[in-house]
Ligand binder design. Structure first.
Ligand SMILES: Cc1cc2nc3c(=O)[nH]c(=O)nc-3n(C[C@H](O)[C@H](O)[C@H](O)COP(=O)(O)OP(=O)(O)OC[C@H]3O[C@@H](n4cnc5c(N)ncnc54)[C@H](O)[C@@H]3O)c2cc1C
Length: 471
């Protein structure tokens, strides 16, 4: 028997639940399907658990450094990993249960558990059930990439997902992948007490960032005792009696790094290979991402793709923004587009890196006349008071339009301070809107108007850059 709906949502990631509830509220009889845990990646194995674990790691760091603040801790600082994990599990459970009960408690929404597959452009099968709808929304997210590394099938390895089950402190964690996810785990486990080595194939960490950002992040991690091995062009792995050995070079010494555990953090692939997309005629690109237009429609009319699965973003906030775009266009008569948004994200190391808009490399390539303002965190009162002065703030402005082109803030509270820049960029207002704002003292944000009052042309600023102060 076929069950008829007005809308079907596949996946309960960061776009699906909000969309299902919105559609149901607008009178659409809506089915939402989940094959695993409600809330998807962010809630169960992504943002929420990692930031909860990072909070425990920071508590350990603060305790170890307490003496420098005049706080005496008599006795060693110990990590109780089962409790760290239990705390994380508790925070995750609250969120995943919240998503599930929200959906189940919404009238006009039918929650179906199981793996969804297209039978055709209008029919979706979930186990024995056959559902139809004129509108289908795909929010199936992604999963960690497992690269074709020699020897991998013979060893036990961890991914960002299986790291969530770890309730012990590895003796020596080797992290293959020196980008956002890998670096957050690297610092977290170093602070829990592991020896940590990051292995990256590229010549620098987080190669998407500007060189000075990569370099400063590297210095921050190395200052905590994290080993960084770049240019690892020739990676393969081998089982050892006490763990794992990772070959990092065919020529340069050291050729091999030995550790107790291996974490692979080399990117994510979309969950599209087991969706039956070919039966619905839905096009994907060479990497498996569903091809969408600027309003997130696929090539098949009546089918949309939202979140990581469309390759137009890889964050919770981009997935949620996808929901807002689709809902506004479908239900509110608006014409919102993905291309209206600009890049914003953070790397939640401590201190964090927050980014908005263009990198310096992109700004140079744009050919625009660029002004830049720069300030070391050591010159920010709040950072000095906190005794955490690593990093810098860097903001670029278009000299003609006076609009902010991009910003990289690396330092304490950067993930919050960036929002005054994001809001002005979103409003399409000139940088002078921040310049004239009165910010609260003493905060990190209060220095952003000051920094914008000291702009100089990009070339000159590069020549004049004071050495990075990474206290
Ligand atoms: C370790 C880690 C840390 C991260 N930290 C951050 C961060 O700090 N900030 C940030 O913005 N982003 C972060 N991200 C990224 C963020 O988690 C994702 O971008 C976000 O979850 C968006 O996902 P989504 O909405 O596309 O779908 P997802 O959250 O991936 O959810 C997809 C859902 O669809 C379900 N599903 C898949 N296929 C089917 C099917 N065939 N049938 C039924 N159900 C199906 C899955 O089970 C899953 O529940 C992190 C990711 C990781 C891995």
């Amino acid at each position: 028997m076929t069950e008829d709906f007005d809308a079907i949502v596949i996946g309960t990631g960061q776009a699906g639940p909000a969309l299902a509830v919105r559609l149901a509220g607008a009178g659409y009889k809506t089915a939402i399907i989940e094959r695993e845990r409600f809330g998807g990646t962010c809630v169960n194995v992504g943002c929420i658990p990692t930031k909860t674990l990072i909070a425990s790691a920071r508590a350990a760091w603060v305790a170890r450094n307490a003496a420098s603040y005049g706080v005496a801790i008599d006795g060693a600082v110990r990590i109780d990993m089962p409790t760290v994990k239990a705390r994380k599990d508790g925070v995750v459970a609250q969120s995943t249960n919240g998503v599930e009960s929200w959906l189940r408690g919404t009238s006009n929404v039918t929650v179906i558990e199981g793996h969804a597959r297209f039978e055709s452009a209008r029919v979706v099968r979930v186990d024995g059930r056959q559902l139809t709808a004129p509108r289908i929304f795909i929010n199936t997210g992604g999963r960690p990439t497992v690269p074709a590394i020699g020897g991998l099938t013979d060893i036990d390895y961890l991914t960002s997902s299986s790291m969530m089950d770890v309730d012990f402190v590895p003796e020596h964690l080797i992290v293959v992948g020196g980008s956002y996810i890998g670096l957050e785990f690297a610092q977290m486990y170093r602070r829990f007490g592991s020896n940590v080595t990051v292995v990256e194939m590229a010549p620098r960490l987080i190669p998407r960032e500007d060189e000075e950002v990569s370099q400063a992040v590297r210095e921050i991690l190395e200052s905590e005792g994290i080993g960084v091995r770049l240019h690892a062009q020739c990676i393969d792995v081998e089982k050892r009696a006490d763990g794992v050995a990772v070959r990092v070079s065919c020529e340069e010494e050291p050729r091999v790094i030995a550790g107790s555990h291996l974490l692979l953090a080399v990117g994510r692939i979309p969950n599209t290979d087991d969706l039956g997309l070919e039966r619905a005629g839905i096009a994907t690109d060479a990497r498996g991402f569903i091809v969408v237009d600027d309003q997130l429609s696929t090539n098949v009319s009546g089918i949309w793709a939202l979140g990581d699965v469309n390759g137009r973003g890889a964050f919770t906030h981009t997935s949620f923004n996808d929901y807002e775009i689709v809902a506004a266009n479908l239900l509110d008569g608006e014409a919102r587009r993905v291309s209206d948004r600009f890049a914003v994200y953070a790397l939640f190391t401590d201190p964090p890196l927050a980014r908005a808009g263009m990198t310096e490399r992109e700004a140079r390539a744009s050919g625009r006349p660029v002004l830049v303002g720069r300030r070391a965190m050591a010159r920010v009162g709040r950072a000095r008071e906190r005794g955490e002065m690593k990093g810098f703030m860097h903001v670029m402005v278009d000299a003609e339009t006076r609009k902010i082109l991009g910003a990289a803030l690396l330092g304490i509270e950067a993930d919050e301070a960036i929002h005054c820049i994001i809001d002005v960029m979103s409003a399409g207002a000139p940088y002078t809107a921040i310049r004239r704002a009165v910010h609260i003292h003493p905060t990190v944000s209060e220095l952003i108007p000051t920094l914008l009052g000291e702009l100089s042309p990009l070339q000159q600023a590069i020549a004049d850059i004071p050495p990075l102060i990474l206290a």
